[in-house]
Design a binder for this molecule. Structure first.
Ligand SMILES: N[C@@H](CCC(=O)N[C@@H](CS)C(=O)NCC(=O)O)C(=O)O
Length: 213
């Protein structure tokens, strides 16, 4: 009997990056345990977590005795190591476009759409803090560039790239799940009909409901 190597993801359900990794596991139908780690604990990042992730971030990943951190490495490993639908196209240009979108979301859209808009506009109000309007205002032009680039780079065949789910969708969806709750999203999404259609379809996937925070 082959030994079954247990898959563990360390993190928290609220985290955008943890959700990206969970979506990859769900889409590949890989069984996993989500092990709760509070990186914002008053006592600091738990010591044992720093052995998994020296920078104290989430997620961290284990498959048997194989350990990884960095979401980009985790989702590509999940795609390569497990059977099931492929989350990366084999065509070089389609694959490059998926990687370009992933890089763009990681480097620019995550901070702008999640931290500068969603956290300031939605989370601050929920937690009884005043929204930092200057931060939101400064983020709006950057958000517009992120959205117009995502529109320009994506296809219109049901998914961001091609006609199947890819890492581009898995990175974009958790960011959109936050951003679309912000009142600023309505105006910013005007003229992004392709993205609105994509989001309405993608938000209803089983993997999205199973990873809902
Ligand atoms: N480059 C990391 C980023 C992960 C990341 O920033 N995770 C957030 C949660 S969504 C985190 O751990 N934040 C804790 C902190 O900023 O101290 C990756 O791709 O995994």
């Amino acid at each position: 009997m082959p030994t079954i190597e247990v898959v563990k993801l360390y993190g928290a359900a609220w985290s955008v990056y943890v959700r990206i990794a969970r979506l990859a596991l769900e889409e590949k139908e890989v069984k996993y345990d989500l092990v709760e780690v509070d990186v914002f604990a008053e006592t600091g990042v738990p010591k044992e977590h720093l052995t998994r992730h020296p920078f104290g971030r989430i997620p961290a990943f284990e498959h048997g005795d194989f350990r990884l951190y960095e979401t980009g490495a985790i989702v590509r490993y999940i795609d390569d190591a497990f059977p099931g639908r492929k989350l990366q196209p084999t065509d070089p240009r389609a694959r490059a476009k998926v990687n370009q979108i992933v890089g763009m979301l990681d480097a620019y859209a995550y901070r702008t759409l999640v931290w500068d808009i969603y956290v300031e506009s939605v989370v601050s109000v929920r937690e009884g803090r005043l929204a930092n309007q200057a931060k939101i205002a400064a983020a709006l032009p950057r958000a517009a560039v992120c959205l117009s680039e995502l529109t320009r780079l994506s296809d219109s065949r049901g998914f961001l790239i091609g006609d199947g789910v890819t890492l581009a969708d898995l990175y974009a969806a958790p960011i959109f799940a936050c951003f679309m709750q912000a009142p600023e999203a309505a105006l910013l999404m005007q003229g992004c009909g392709k993205l609105t259609d994509w989001w309405q379809r993608f938000a209803t996937r089983d993997s999205m409901s199973r990873t809902s925070p």
